[in-house]
Design a protein around this ligand. Sequence first.
Ligand code: IPD
Ligand code: CA
Ligand code: CA
Ligand code: CA
Length: 277
Amino acid sequence: MNEANWEEIYQISKKWVNEAGDYIKETFNTSISVEYKSNPSDLVTDIDRHVEQLFIEKIHTAYPEHRIVGEEGFGDKVKDTSGIIWFVDPIDGTTNFVHQQSNFAISIGIYEEGIGKVAIILDVARGEMFHCLKGQGAFMNDIPLKNLSDVELHESVLAINATWLTENKRVDSRMLAPLVKELRGTRSLGSAAIEMAYIAAGRLDGYISLRLSPWDFAAGAILVEEVGGKCTTLDGRELNMLKQNTVFAGKSNVHQMIHSNFIKKGLENNYFLHSPS
Ligand code: IPD
Ligand code: CA
Ligand code: CA
Ligand code: CA
């Protein structure tokens, strides 16, 4: 395979995301079809599917040797991380899209041999695009994002869905409650991509989810690391781009303090209900 022209891929992918964002905005005053996938909390619309297909067409035409992993299943069956892979979430936060027509994003993370290279997260309704080409700094629209600075836990705001504090299949409900009590506050924005972009932008200090797929976190992980943050599984291991993961992202010092003060204890007390992933 020829060496990739990353600057070109970066510019063209931003253009495609902006075009897809414009298309989604045009649907705001039309009737959309909403279906359940696995259950009533798991929605998909015709717009999610159409936007994913738009990306797949464009990527396959411009870069036939690249592979695509998309949430709605129109991409390739990818079983290894070799070559260039686009992780496409056409609408991250479909519940918000359906209920609020805001607080949802298009999320694209592009990886080469498993290493994140390009990240784009477009908050469509706010017109905020968070983006980076690895090693060249991250931006919100044209504004450079600063390197993340340390913050005390009692001054930190962490994004977490309340599900993970109630009885669930991943961790004992005693696992995360003591952490939440220690913080300034928690938020749940309903879009993993926006929550991770907000860490990169310094608007949140951390984010924990116990079940995300690669298309949910692919772009967010690149952005967080580009500004000096850390993104791992809940127990501190490297994220696996081929399966669902727990995800723990944050400012480096917040990540480290939460790991040593709370996660380690959870491991010692067997609060992880099956071997952590
Ligand atoms: C969902 C959102 C949500 C997260 C879910 C994801 P989707 O993505 O990111 O915030 O809690 O786990 O599945 O289905 O709206 O693209
Ligand atoms: Ca979904
Ligand atoms: Ca998603
Ligand atoms: Ca989605």
